[in-house]
Design a protein around this ligand. Sequence first.
Ligand code: TRP
Length: 352
Amino acid sequence: MTSTMSASPSSAPASTAPVNQPPRVLSGIQPTADSFQVGNYLGAIRRWVDLQETHDAFYCVVDQHAITVDYDPQVLRHRTLLSFAQLMAAGLDPQRATIFVQSHVPEHSQLSWVLQCMTGFGEAGRMTQFKDKSAREGADRSTVGLFTYPVLQAADILIYQADGVPVGEDQRQHLELTRDLAQRFNSRFGETFVVPTALIVADTAKILDLADPTSKMSKSSPSGCLFLLDDERVLTKKIKTAVTDSGREIALDRESKPGVSNLLSLIGAFTDRTPEQVATDLQGGGYGDLKTAAIDAVLSFTGPFAAAVAELMADPGELTRLMNLGAHRAREAAAPTLAAVYDRVGFVQLPD
Ligand code: TRP
């Protein structure tokens, strides 16, 4: 056997970050809408922007996850580009962070297959998001891809040896599965994966539905949901018609004034103040003043945001260049992990 062909089961390095490297984070967002909504931005993307300053950050548009439920190919393509452009417009910096499209990095699916072969059928069946979504789709229309969705998500994370994963509370169970799979692989085949930590965003800044401030703002209820790329007139109208509460006083009281309190949170989130501060600043004003302040706060962000998205969408060459840059960096980071995994699970290696 020549040295290049010799398998080196124990010497293949798990790509743990060198000392002095900032910790690595990874997160993903599905391209399943024409626009991010205020909740995505305030709850997730804004945090991603902060994390790129202190972490080695990887963010991806998970187009492969988006085909696990019914979809249209042309719409998916457009939404993937729009999502990528929105990440840039929101302040992610391709010089600081690695921003890419999942399907451009085949290592995710390659690792996913190996992980699927280590995931119990019952284990995958216990994922509550799968149970909810498959109930919604109906048993006959639910795909195997929907079933293995969390395993692909685990691969998204583990392929980069991410230390932390900023996600919402709804992803906690998927992160637990990811950690279990990492530990299972490590104990069976030797230390290979970093076992990642879920960085769950606290729910405090949660923005509620403007038309029904007892439920979370969600794209499934469009009239109460602010989309970042909504036309200015549409945003203005949605805020003007937001449900307020009885009385006329601006005060923060989530129990008896959920509508007013929600607008205070919204203003605070876009103007870097606590809802308490906003309430104090608007003291003495009426609901009309509150709504005017909310419209100003939201439009001062969405105006420049929409302009930046439009500029990038009008420049396909630049969009392609940025996606290429991200894919290239991501593949470089992913390749050593996949090589180590393939070696450890017993796949025959070919010489370079
Ligand atoms: N499942 C996540 C969601 O719906 C999206 C996602 C896919 C993700 N892969 C990921 C999030 C990896 C964090 C890390 O929000």
